[in-house]
Design a protein around this ligand. Structure first.
Ligand code: ACO
Length: 333
């Protein structure tokens, strides 16, 4: 599809809660071990919110960093899109609280609920508004506090996730060759029960009985999600590369959703990517869901793993089941 404008990435930011929960801390909470968690997932620690920290306070802090890097103020923003499934309140969307706190008085704001694919779906949606010429600056956020919807007695899930937020600023440019290039997204709702929170929505509202059922926490079929995830990363990557007539050899860095280091490594092997072409930071944060992909981009940039004119393969998967990818031509000029 021909686009009128380019959508350039001009800022990234992140925020992690103060409190750190290590694998050793978890050993005192459920029957698990540091060895099991780090060998099966690559995770060593994660951050969890406490005190006055919420999804919106983290998102605001990440947004401010990204806007500072982009050298823009709140009144420059035309739109705020936040990938999140754990907004501060059921209503309104978390992006509205961010908009108010930033004082982005000209901006529209809404959330995208795609769990771990949330950052990618938010980015792809933002790109449409920028490339069509509708918006000049869009703030893309991913922020989740999955710690608030975990059953902390369930070792199958509670060891995997962490809280955090990430942000990215997209800017309209005349150059369609930089920023967001090809894009891909796909969903298979028949797999929804492999990763869901059954109770608490309109089907099974939070009545006394439904709370008693103890099904208002994240529930996951780990093995099914594992198999799906590797295929999703590979399919999405092939798709966006083919659209641009590129191969994995052209990619400076794959920046994948951080759910499990073994998932990333298996996908990278199938794509024949070298270790130096793959970014992994799950050891520090666990799976931060909506924040994960943006957090990886932000850290990769600050660690010098991304250089001017690099082609980045940004790819993810999550509840839905959903998956998607984009190629980014990184240029800050
Ligand atoms: N500590 C110790 N033992 C554990 C733990 C734990 N925390 N969790 C499970 N086990 C046990 C199991 O009970 C099982 O024991 P058994 O053999 O006696 O029955 C054994 O370890 C092996 O369990 P498996 O499920 O086979 O372990 P596996 O190697 O598949 O790893 C894992 C489990 C890490 C969950 C993996 O399946 C996975 O990463 N799946 C994908 C998860 C994912 O990506 N989720 C995020 C999706 S994105 C989103 O939108 C939220």
């Amino acid at each position: 599809m021909k686009h009128l404008k380019g959508a350039q990435v001009v800022g990234v930011g992140k925020c992690l809660p103060q409190k750190i929960l290590t694998n050793h801390d978890l050993e005192t909470m459920v029957e698990t071990s540091d060895d099991w968690i780090s060998e099966r997932t690559g995770i060593r620690q994660r951050h969890v919110i406490s005190g006055s920290e919420t999804v919106s306070t983290m998102a605001v802090a990440a947004a401010r960093q990204a806007m500072e890097m982009a050298a823009i103020g709140p009144m420059d923003l035309d739109l705020i899109i936040m990938g999140s499934f754990t907004a501060d309140h059921k209503l309104p969307a978390g992006a509205c609280m961010v908009q108010a706190e930033l004082g982005a008085k000209r901006a529209g704001a809404f959330d995208i609920n795609s769990a771990c694919t949330g950052f990618i779906y938010s980015l792809l949606t933002a790109a449409q508004f920028v490339k069509s010429g509708t918006c000049k600056y869009v703030l893309v956020l991913g922020s989740d506090a999955t710690s608030t919807v975990l059953d902390w007695t369930d070792r199958n899930t509670c060891v995997l996730f962490g809280d955090g937020a990430s942000a990215l600023v997209l800017k309209q440019t005349e150059d369609t060759g930089v920023g967001i290039l090809s894009q891909f997204m796909c969903t298979d709702g028949t797999g929804m029960c492999n990763l869901w929170i059954p109770n608490g929505g309109s089907r099974w509202p939070l009545t006394e009985k439904n709370i008693g059922d103890n099904r208002h926490f994240v529930s996951m079929s780990g093995k099914e999600v594992y198999r799906f995830a590797i295929n999703a990363l590979v399919e999405s990557s092939h798709n966006v590369l083919a659209q641009e007539g590129l191969t994995c050899k052209d990619i400076a860095l794959m920046v994948p959703h951080q759910a499990n280091a073994r998932i990333i490594q298996s996908a990278a092997n199938r794509l024949e990517l070298l270790d130096e072409q793959v970014y992994i930071n799950i050891d520090r944060y666990g799976n931060t869901v909506g924040a994960s992909v943006g957090l990886a981009l932000c850290d990769a940039w600050h660690e010098g793993r991304i250089k001017e004119n690099d082609k980045l393969l940004v790819v993810g998967f999550g509840a839905g089941l959903s998956w998607g990818a984009t190629l980014i031509h990184w240029s800050l000029k």
